[in-house]
Design a protein around this ligand. Sequence first.
Ligand code: GUN
Length: 292
Amino acid sequence: MAVRLDGKKISSDIEQEIAAEVKELIARGMRPPHLAAVLVGDDGPSRTYVRNKMKACEVVGFRSSLIKLPEDISEQELIARIEDLNRDDEVDGYIVQLPLPEHISVEHIIDIIDPKKDVDGFTPSNFGKIDQEHHSLLPATPMGVMELLKRYRIETRGKHCVVVGKSHIVGMPMGILLAGPGDATVTICHIYTRDLATHTRMADILVVAVGKPNLITADMVKEGVVVIDVGINRVPDGTKKKGYALRGDVDFEGVEPKASYITPVPGGVGPMTIASLIINTLEAYKKRHGLL
Ligand code: GUN
């Protein structure tokens, strides 16, 4: 049976380490680091994710601000709010929660985020430095996955890693991190991949970030595979108070018996994304204050 990769526990360890650092900064008379989040519209999952990010700030002693904006905000207005955040010396880092409403171009928005405050690691300048030794802020989810592998001493060097999904947020930067600093051989699969299972069956480490429950079934993986499930899907479930259960992209019950390690959903990658955001915010703060 697989070892479950406990992202909740690891992220909590990381948060304790950071909380201790923040206490020291404050004891030296400095202000706490400050993370802001921009939430446009009323998307249910986005509200939950942002709430969890704000909660983590509280745990580590950061200041946090939630900027809630209406669904029908114009692109120009949103850009003006982001430019305010770029100018605000009291904000060390911020995120613009995705997805954005369809009338707003994600690319335009990402382009104007100050790379020094880009704690999601989405801007072209941070993205372009992912595989460099002196990278700046790494994309939060792939960074969290790498940290989870590291803390469980799961070697990536020389392994065949198969990433399913080629999003800007997860799949693409994940592939670069695994092949670059991770020294792995990487296959990136996506919606146009023919015969997905022939690729996934070759994986020593399989990372799935698509957003389709049960996409990966037991027949699609080999014995001993390490499975990292980035998907968080709401699946209708009448037995739950909220009317839905959270499921990843992997058929957990089917795949777990064949895997050597596997992330649960929830409690696997999700908390690691938040821990990375906190690490990045502290780094942005330290750079801003000349401490790095
Ligand atoms: N939407 C889904 N995941 C993320 C993330 O990591 N950051 C932001 N900003 N939006 C998201």
